[in-house]
Write a new protein. Structure first.
Lengths: 104, 181
């Protein structure tokens, strides 16, 4: 068994990405869809940080990308939850199937 | 087996196991808690990679911010003890098949590709270096994206307030439905 390196982290992040995609395919609740999106974004972050660590150790670009992705994810989640709660107020449900009319 | 190796595999198992539970659990509150553990596992992997700052950011923003926000929205939109409806077995089967095919395809590509791993471990990811380069206006500085992100956060905040407010003003003033649409 060798020392864990770039390939191990890439395998973990690939698995995490596709777990998120599985959740995206099977779930029908908007909040759980949001949670799947978080998993996908985290796997991408893990990739950026691992590439920065193992391919360009002298630079910090991957870390900056990860920080910016975290900031954008926070903004995205805040807006998405505002929309979901607003949808719940008007439709009394946050199921994807029942939210098909895209108007107020 | 060296100690750091054991820690890496433990973190990987924690992350992937709780992520799997987060997308399959039928109780939505438990799914949120499993998501919390998965994000903590990813923060642990950042610590293992010796990027302490980004691990701290991960814990503060994701675990302390986003998961709490998700749990609040669950409380606001879900009846207590209510389970999510069961999915059709065909849908689950085909999703698992598609996901497995995609996973295998990506894994084959990744393992066959030679990334040319750089072994010179000169890692300077201290908070001082990150902060100095983040606000630098030199060639490798990140001042412009930093400002763009701050504008984006401001826009998102204003957007949230607008989205959350519109419904309440219509509901709270009786008889105002004729004036506002």
């Amino acid at each position: 068994m060798q020392e864990p390196g770039l390939y191990h982290i890439l395998i973990v992040s690939t698995a995490l990405f596709f777990i998120g995609v599985y959740g995206f395919f099977t779930r029908r609740n908007l909040v759980t869809l949001l949670m799947s999106t978080e998993l996908i974004l985290n796997s991408v972050n893990l990739n950026f940080v691992a590439f920065n660590k193992y391919l360009w150790p002298g630079r910090l670009d991957g870390v900056f990308f990860a920080i910016f992705i975290i900031a954008i994810a926070a903004a995205e989640v805040a807006v998405a939850i505002a929309i979901i709660i607003n949808l719940y107020r008007s439709h009394k449900s946050i199921d994807v199937e029942k939210a098909e009319e895209m108007k107020y | 087996m060296p100690f750091s190796q054991v820690i890496f595999y433990l973190l990987a198992v924690l992350t992937l196991g709780s992520a799997l539970l987060a997308v399959t659990s039928r109780q939505i509150f438990r799914a949120a808690i499993y998501l919390l553990f998965s994000l903590i596992g990813i923060a642990g992997i950042y610590f293992w990679l010796q990027y302490e700052f980004i691990a701290a950011v991960q814990i503060v923003v994701y675990v302390g911010g986003i998961v709490v926000l998700i749990i609040f929205s669950i409380f606001l939109t879900q009846q207590a003890g209510e389970q999510l409806p069961k999915q059709k077995i065909v849908r689950k089967l085909f999703s698992a098949l598609a996901v497995f095919c995609g996973f295998a395809l990506v894994l084959i590509q990744v393992l066959n590709h030679d990334f040319g791993v750089n072994d010179s471990m000169v890692n300077d990811a201290s908070v001082a270096t990150i902060g100095r380069q983040l606000l630098d206006v030199d060639k490798s500085g990140m001042a412009l994206p930093f400002e763009v992100i701050s504008i984006l956060l401001l826009a998102a905040m204003i957007g949230c307030i607008v989205i959350a407010m519109r419904n309440r003003t219509v509901e709270s003033i009786p008889g105002s439905e004729t004036q506002t649409n």
